[in-house]
Design a protein around this ligand. Structure first.
Ligand SMILES: Nc1ncnc2c1ncn2[C@@H]1O[C@H](COP(=O)(O)OP(=O)(O)OP(=O)(O)O)[C@@H](O)[C@H]1O
Length: 316
């Protein structure tokens, strides 16, 4: 069963359409990533799915319930971790989580035990009785994720869960998310980081300017887009090779030094290139090609071809 379903989901602000006819189908117990550059409509989509914003057109259903007419039913089954902190900086970590536990129906004593358990699991036990304003950014974000998931929700929305985080905090969040998924939670997360989408998500929707430009598993998206081309040349020929390949619609997506004073330039194309005309054009420029080969496009190359923007990588 699809636990998240949208048809033509659309949001306009005045004359501007910021989410434009998005169709999503996320099956039970899977992770779906909305991947896109800043301003592509990811947060607006999540806010509509989480009942915080009404669609201008189209529909969204969560666990079969309409997000507008059955908003209260949807709210009782979802967890939401937004981009901004939901926790109170004046309270301690334990007090914050106890408050969220009480709001979710825990009795006072059980709430404290549950809060301490969660803090322990997230490597925050030592900071349980410290005011949150003294937490580092990574600790606060981890606490935020715990606050949004005090009770395991059937469907969890995570809006850029790891933007700006150190690798330790990021890994703790991934572990927690995957733990809930193993117990049956479906997750929709937004991210600007392709490696995060690849690592966590079963399926991905790439948004650009509010529109879906691709959807599927990472390998389906990559193979739908076309081909990559690697060309090994002498380093001093680099600029000329890039300009010759541009005539064939190839965009440079990477470069790596290889042995024998060669550099390997990687290109992405939205079609399968014929090698012979490319070799002839390079030869006509007097460029000595050490090696040339086609390979399947990577998800990075697909993203670049589809959106015109390079992808972000999670900071190491
Ligand atoms: N309340 C609003 N009024 C007018 N425009 C808005 C409003 N909220 C969002 N927008 C615009 O809608 C577009 C999409 O915004 P949204 O926050 O959904 O993008 P995003 O992909 O989540 O980006 P980010 O990664 O920066 O959060 C942006 O251009 C934004 O300026």
């Amino acid at each position: 069963m699809d636990v998240i379903e949208t048809e033509g989901l659309t949001r306009r602000y005045g004359k501007r359409t910021v989410v434009d006819g998005v169709d999503l189908h996320v099956p039970d117990g899977t992770v779906h990533a909305l991947l896109g550059p800043n301003g592509s409509g990811k947060t607006t989509t999540v806010r509509m799915l989480a009942t915080l914003l009404r669609p201008t057109a189209g529909h969204a259903r969560i666990l079969g319930h309409d997000t507008v007419s059955d908003a209260h039913l949807v709210r009782s089954r979802i967890g939401l971790v937004g981009q901004f902190h939901a926790v109170d900086p004046r309270l301690t970590g334990a007090e914050n989580l106890m408050m969220f536990a009480r709001l979710n129906g825990f009795r006072a004593r059980d709430a404290r035990r549950h809060a301490l358990d969660l803090l322990e699991r997230f490597d925050l036990a030592d900071a349980a009785d410290q005011a949150v304003r003294e937490y580092s950014g990574g600790m606060r974000r981890r606490l935020d994720v715990l606050a949004g998931t005090v009770v395991r929700p059937a469907v969890l929305f995570l809006d850029e869960p790891s933007t700006g985080l150190d690798p330790h905090s990021r890994n703790e969040i991934y572990r927690h998310v995957l733990d809930y998924v193993a117990q049956g939670t479906a997750v929709l997360l937004t991210t600007q980081y392709l490696d995060e989408a690849e690592r966590l998500a079963d399926t991905i929707t790439i948004l650009d300017g509010g529109r879906t430009v691709a959807t599927g598993t990472p390998s389906e998206i990559a193979s739908a887009v076309g081909t990559g081309l690697d060309v090994a040349i002498a380093p001093e020929d680099r600029d000329r090779v890039v300009s010759v390949l541009a005539r064939f619609g190839a965009k440079q997506v990477g470069s790596a030094a290889i042995q024998d004073n060669s550099v390997k330039l990687s290109f992405g194309l939205d079609h399968d290139p014929a090698l012979l005309p490319i070799l002839r054009a390079l030869d006509a420029e007097g460029i000595d090609v050490h090696d040339i080969g086609r390979r399947r496009a990577s998800l990075d190359e697909a993203f670049l071809a589809l959106t015109g923007h390079p992808t972000e990588r999670t900071p190491a």
